[in-house]
Design a protein around this ligand. Structure first.
Ligand code: TMP
Ligand code: MG
Length: 351
C-alpha cells in the first residue's frame, strides 16, 4: 500500500494534520485508517484505468489448456490481490511436479525429491535402489487412486514415507553424497521457475515451499540452480537430520506426507512466520488434492487463489472434474510457470 501518497493527499487538504480542529476531530488510529482507505481508493481507481485484471482474465480464458470454472470469482480474487499489492501477498507452493516439471519433452516422468534416491541408488546399489522403486510403484497409484478416500489413503502414505525414510537413515547417506545425487538427478525446474522465484524475491513477496518431499533436497537444488537460496524463500518440509559426521541419522518431526499438508504440521514458531503475518492474500500453487489446504495455517481474512497443475490423464474425466472443483484455475499438462508469473506481474504492476 502506498502510504507516502496517502499522507500527501491528507496534507493537501485545507486543514493541516496538526492544526487543533483536525487533531480534536480524529485520533491517530483513525487518521491511519483514513489514509489506508484513501490509498486503497486510489489504487482501485488506478486499477480501473489499467484494465489489468480484465486483460489477464481474457488471456486466461483464451487458453485451451487453462480451465477456470468460475471466472467471476477468479476476477474478484485477483482484484483484491492487486489492490493489496505485493506487500499483502504470499505465495505458498508445493515443489514436486508444481515448481518442478512432471515430464520431459518426450513424455518421460521426471523425478520427485524422494525420487533422487531411486535414480542414484539404483546405479550404485541396485538392490537398495530397487526397494525405493518398488515402494513408488506400489504407493504412487494409491496416492492418486480416485476410488479411495483421503482417510483410506493416509495409512498407506504413512507407510510409504516411513519406509522410505528408514531406508535413507539406515544407509547413513552423507550430506555430500546427497548433494551429488541432486546434481545428477532428473529433477527439472518448470520453465520460468528460476525467474518466478527471483521476481518474488525482488518484490519482497515471501515464497513458502510446502513440500511433502525432502526439504534438504529442495535446498540443494535451489543452491545449485540459483547460486543461493533467495531471502524470501522458506520451507515447510521433511528435513534429513545429519550427525556430526554429516551422515543422515533421522528425519524431522512431524512427518509430512501428501495428505497432511495443512496447519497440523506447521510450526508457527518458525522464524519466517512474522514475515508472512499480515499477508492476507495467498497465491497457492499445487498439483495434488493434498495441496489445497496448504494455506490453512495462515490466519487472515483475504482470498486464496488456488492454481492447480493437472498432470493426470485427460481420459480421467472424474479426476479432472475434481480439480476444476477445488482449484480456481487448472493448468493442464503445463510445463511452465507462466500463469503464476503473469498473476504476480499484474499484482506488481499497479503499485
Ligand atoms: P508433494 O509434491 O505433495 O510435496 O508430495 C511429494 C511427492 O513425493 C508425492 O507425490 C509422493 C512422492 N514420493 C516419492 O516419489 N517417493 C517416495 O519415496 C515418497 C515417500 C514420496
Ligand atoms: Mg506435488
Amino acid at each position: 500500500m502506498n502510504t507516502a501518497k496517502s499522507t500527501e493527499t491528507l496534507t493537501d487538504t485545507p486543514t493541516s494534520l496538526d492544526s487543533p480542529p483536525f487533531a480534536a476531530m480524529f485520533k491517530a488510529s483513525e487518521i491511519v485508517n483514513a489514509a489506508a482507505a484513501i490509498a486503497e481508493a486510489e489504487c482501485i481507481e488506478q486499477l480501473k484505468k489499467t484494465d489489468a485484471v480484465p486483460l489477464l482474465m481474457n488471456w486466461l480464458l483464451g487458453q485451451e489448456s487453462i480451465v477456470c470454472s468460475d471466472p467471476t470469482t477468479v476476477a474478484a480474487k485477483l482484484r483484491k490481490m492487486v489492490v493489496g499489492g505485493a506487500g499483502k501477498t504470499v505465495v505458498i507452493s508445493d515443489f514436486d511436479y508444481t515448481l518442478s516439471r512432471f515430464a520431459n519433452g518426450s513424455g518421460e516422468r521426471l523425478s520427485t525429491t524422494h525420487g533422487v534416491f531411486d535414480d542414484n541408488v539404483m546405479r550404485l546399489k541396485p538392490e537398495l535402489g530397487q526397494k525405493f522403486v518398488d515402494l513408488k510403484n506400489k504407493y504412487y497409484p494409491i496416492e492418486f487412486c480416485p476410488k479411495l478416500t483421503m482417510e483410506e489413503k493416509i495409512p498407506h502414505m504413512e507407510k510409504w514415507w516411513g519406509t522410505s525414510h528408514s531406508l535413507i537413515v539406515n544407509e547413513k547417506f552423507s550430506k555430500h553424497t546427497i548433494q551429488d545425487f541432486v546434481r545428477q538427478s532428473r529433477i527439472v525446474f518448470k520453465d520460468g521457475a528460476e525467474d518466478f522465484i527471483q521476481s518474488l524475491d525482488a518484490h519482497n513477496i515471501p515464497l513458502v515451499i510446502f513440500s511433502a518431499g525432502i526439504g534438504n533436497i529442495i535446498e540443494y537444488f535451489l543452491e545449485q540452480k540459483l547460486g543461493a537460496i533467495p531471502r524470501n524463500t522458506h520451507f515447510i518440509s521433511n528435513m534429513i537430520l545429519f550427525d556430526e559426521d554429516e551422515k543422515a541419522c533421522a528425519f524431522s518431526e512431524p512427518l509430512i506426507h501428501t495428505f497432511c499438508k495443512n496447519s497440523s504440521v506447521i510450526q508457527k514458531e518458525a522464524p519466517f512466520f512474522h514475515e508472512i503475518n499480515g499477508r492476507v492474500n495467498v497465491i497457492l500453487l499445487g498439483d495434488s488434492m493434498g495441496d489445497i489446504h496448504m494455506d490453512v495455517g495462515v490466519e487472515r481474512d483475504g482470498p486464496t487463489l488456488k492454481v492447480g497443475y493437472y498432470n493426470g490423464s485427460l481420459d480421467d474425466t472424474a479426476a479432472l472434474q475434481h480439480y476444476k472443483e477445488v482449484y480456481d484455475i487448472v493448468l493442464i499438462h503445463d510445463p511452465t510457470l507462466n500463469v503464476a508469473q503473469k498473476i504476480v506481474d499484474v499484482i506488481n504492476s499497479i503499485h
